[in-house]
Design a protein around this ligand. Structure first.
Ligand code: SF4
Length: 334
C-alpha cells in the first residue's frame, strides 16, 4: 500500500479550517494540524472562534501541534510591516508568522504543502486576493499554500500543477456568507459548527485602544503587560504610569497574580471592592489618586473617609482616603 501524502493544516478550531481538513482527508491526504497561540489569542477567550482546539483535532482525527508565538509576536506588533486593520490587528504580518510556523512543521514531518481555512473575501484585511498573495511572498511559500475552500477561484498552486490535487475537488467559496460552509458541515457530519470567529482580541475596538496605548508608552511590552491589558478598568495616569482597577472577584485574583515586585496593589481595607494595581515609574506618586479611585468602585460610603491597604512586594501599609469624584479621574480612562 502506498503511503498517504502528508499535508499540514493551520487549525484555528473554527468551521472553515475544519472543513479544509476534511476536504483534504477526503482526497486521500494524511493531515497534521498546527494551532498557533499568541498573547492575544489562546483559543480560550470565549469569543467562540477556536476554543476546544484539542477536541476539534480529535474529532478530525489529526495530530495536533500547538505553537506559541510570544515575545516574537510582540516584537512584530510594534511595527507590523503591512500595517493594521480597524483595530490593532496586524493580520497580514500575523498570518505570515503563522504560516512560517506551519512551514517549519511541514519540513519536520516531510509534508507536501500547507492548507488553511481561509476564504477569499471573508475578512477585510487578510483574506482578499492581494493579501493572500502578499502573505505567500512574504513567507517564501508562493505556491505552497492551498486554501481548499476557495482554491478553485485562486491561481493554481504547486500541488495542483504537480497533479497532487485537482481543481474540480477544490472549493469556490467566497465572501462572508456561511451558507456553503454550513452545508458542507452537514455533509461531513460536523455537529454544532462553531459560529464565525470575529478574529482575535486585537480586532476588538476597545481592546485595540488599550493595546495602542500600551505600545505607544512602553518600548517593549512584556507578556505580563499584555495579560494586565486584558482585565479591569484601565487608566493612563501619565506617560509612564497606569492604574488598573479589577471589576470582579476573578479579575481581582488575576491582578494579584500578575503583580510584579515594583507594582503597588490597593484594596479597601474594610469594604468589599476591587483590587487595583499601579504600574510604572511614578506609581508611588499616584497612591492617593489610586486609593480614592479604588474606594470609588468599592462599597465604601461615598462621603466618609476609609482605609485603603497598600502593598508593594513584601511591604504593607495603609492610607486613609475618600471616594474619588468621577470628574477627577474619568479623563484618564483608556
Ligand atoms: S484576527 Fe488576530 S489572530 Fe487573526 S490574523 Fe488578525 S491579528 Fe492574527
Amino acid at each position: 500500500m502506498t503511503e498517504k501524502k502528508k499535508v499540514v493544516a493551520l487549525l484555528s478550531g473554527g468551521l472553515d479550517s475544519q472543513l479544509a481538513v476534511r476536504m483534504m482527508q477526503e482526497q486521500g491526504f494524511d493531515v497534521s494540524a498546527v494551532a498557533i497561540k499568541t498573547p492575544f489569542c489562546d483559543f480560550d477567550c470565549g469569543r467562540g472562534c477556536g476554543f476546544e482546539i484539542r477536541e476539534r483535532a480529535d474529532d478530525l482525527n489529526v495530530n495536533l501541534k500547538t505553537v506559541y508565538l510570544g515575545d516574537e509576536y510582540i516584537e512584530m506588533l510594534k511595527h507590523p510591516k503591512y500595517g493594521r486593520g480597524a483595530g490593532f490587528n496586524p493580520c497580514v504580518d500575523c498570518r505570515s508568522m503563522m504560516f512560517k510556523a506551519a512551514e517549519k512543521h511541514m519540513k519536520e514531518i516531510g509534508a507536501e504543502f500547507i492548507i488553511s481555512g481561509e476564504v477569499l473575501g471573508q475578512r477585510p484585511m487578510s483574506q482578499h486576493a492581494p493579501a493572500l498573495r502578499t502573505i505567500e511572498k512574504e513567507t517564501g511559500l508562493l505556491g505552497k499554500i492551498v486554501r481548499p475552500l476557495s482554491a478553485a477561484l485562486l491561481p493554481p498552486t504547486d500541488p495542483e500543477k504537480d497533479g497532487l490535487i485537482k481543481r474540480e475537488n477544490l472549493g469556490m467559496i467566497k465572501g462572508r456568507t456561511r451558507r456553503a460552509q454550513l452545508e458542507m458541515a452537514k455533509k461531513y457530519g460536523i455537529e454544532n459548527p462553531p459560529n464565525a470567529g470575529g478574529g482575535c482580541l486585537l480586532t476588538d475596538p476597545a481592546f485595540g485602544l488599550r493595546a495602542k496605548d500600551l505600545f505607544s508608552h512602553t518600548k517593549t511590552p512584556t507578556i505580563n503587560d499584555v495579560d494586565l491589558l486584558k482585565i479591569g478598568r484601565q487608566f493612563r495616569l501619565d506617560e509612564q504610569t497606569k492604574l488598573v482597577v479589577g471589576r470582579n472577584k476573578d479579575e481581582n485574583e488575576m491582578i494579584k497574580a500578575i503583580a510584579l515586585p515594583n507594582d503597588i496593589l490597593l484594596e479597601s481595607r474594610d469594604h468589599m471592592g476591587p483590587v487595583s494595581i499601579l504600574r510604572g515609574k511614578n506609581a508611588e506618586k499616584f497612591i492617593e489618586l489610586g486609593s480614592s479611585v479604588t474606594l470609588r468602585y468599592s462599597d465604601a460610603p461615598r462621603e466618609e473617609k476609609s482605609y485603603v491597604s497598600i502593598s508593594k512586594d513584601q511591604e504593607k501599609n495603609e492610607v486613609i482616603s475618600e471616594c474619588a469624584k468621577e470628574e477627577s479621574y474619568i479623563k484618564y480612562r483608556i
